[in-house]
Design a protein around this ligand. Structure first.
Ligand code: ADP
Ligand code: ADP
Length: 226
């Protein structure tokens, strides 16, 4: 049973066909890197899974359940985008707790969940700080913690390192590898332009071009030249 499945998903923006009958399936615990030129539909594929865009045709399934009509907050999907997108007026504690609201957790449980998520990204000391007081790399770690706090079975990452400088990117890549080992059951889809990131993180590589999936294979097979 796939953790995520897109069945014949088409998305249009006025004149643009952003996705054309896309089929994509990701098993539990698997990490798929989504590669392809700018404008090929990678971000749109993530938005449709998260529920930020509605398909004109096709279905989105999570663990076999059709969620096409379900609101984003009800899907339990974790999302990290390239430019952190933290709420500037909220503390780190409040930012990470944001997605946990309305789940009937006590204040104590909420604090524990936030602490747990921050520990994964080595930021547990920063609960009282505000986003503007943190570096870009630290803010991106908080954004990852916020996505992890809901314990999502599916984690979507849209070029999470692209706003960082080269040295920080290298360091965060190692941290993402560690994160993947700590979440063996989580299905991840990782959009990137960077082949090195794809090789370092992905079990499978999917390649998009012009709103379609043109190739998908295990990473070793796609990159190993005999
Ligand atoms: P990628 O992530 O591969 O760069 P996108 O999924 O962002 O590609 O975009 C796919 C296509 O849809 C592009 O032609 C893009 O310009 C278009 N597109 C994406 N979002 C919108 C939008 N909100 N309104 C209009 N066109 C959009
Ligand atoms: P991404 O490709 O990661 O979505 P962008 O910076 O391309 O990031 O897009 C930022 C926002 O603008 C997104 O919400 C996207 O849907 C929207 N967008 C992207 N392409 C277009 C477009 N051609 N016309 C209108 N909005 C767009």
């Amino acid at each position: 049973l796939a953790a995520v499945e897109l069945r014949g998903v088409t998305v249009r923006y006025r004149d643009t066909v952003a996705l054309s009958g896309l089929n994509l399936s990701v098993a539990r615990g698997r990490t798929v890197a989504l590669l392809g030129p700018s404008g090929s539909g990678k971000s749109t594929a993530l938005k449709v899974i998260a529920g930020f865009e509605q398909p004109a045709a096709g279905q989105v399934l999570l663990a076999g359940k059709d969620v096409t009509a379900l609101a984003p907050a009800k899907r339990g999907v974790g999302v990290v985008v390239q430019s952190y997108a933290l709420f500037p007026h909220l503390s780190i504690q409040q930012n990470v707790a944001f997605g946990l609201k309305g789940r009937g957790l006590s204040r104590q449980q909420l604090r524990e969940r936030v602490a747990e998520a921050l520990a994964v990204v080595h930021m547990e000391k920063y609960t009282k700080r505000y986003p503007a007081e943190l570096s870009g790399g630290q803010q991106q770690r908080i954004a990852i913690a916020r996505a992890l706090a809901i314990k999502p079975p599916v984690l979507l990452l849209d070029e999470p390192l692209s706003a960082l400088d080269a040295q920080l990117r290298q360091q965060m890549l190692a941290e993402l590898q560690e994160l993947r080992r700590e979440l063996p059951d989580t299905a991840m889809i990782y959009v990137t332009h960077d082949q090195q990131e794809a090789l370092a993180l992905a079990d499978d590589i999917a390649v998009m071009r012009e709103a379609r999936l043109v190739d998908m294979d295990v990473t070793e097979r796609l990159y190993h030249q005999p």
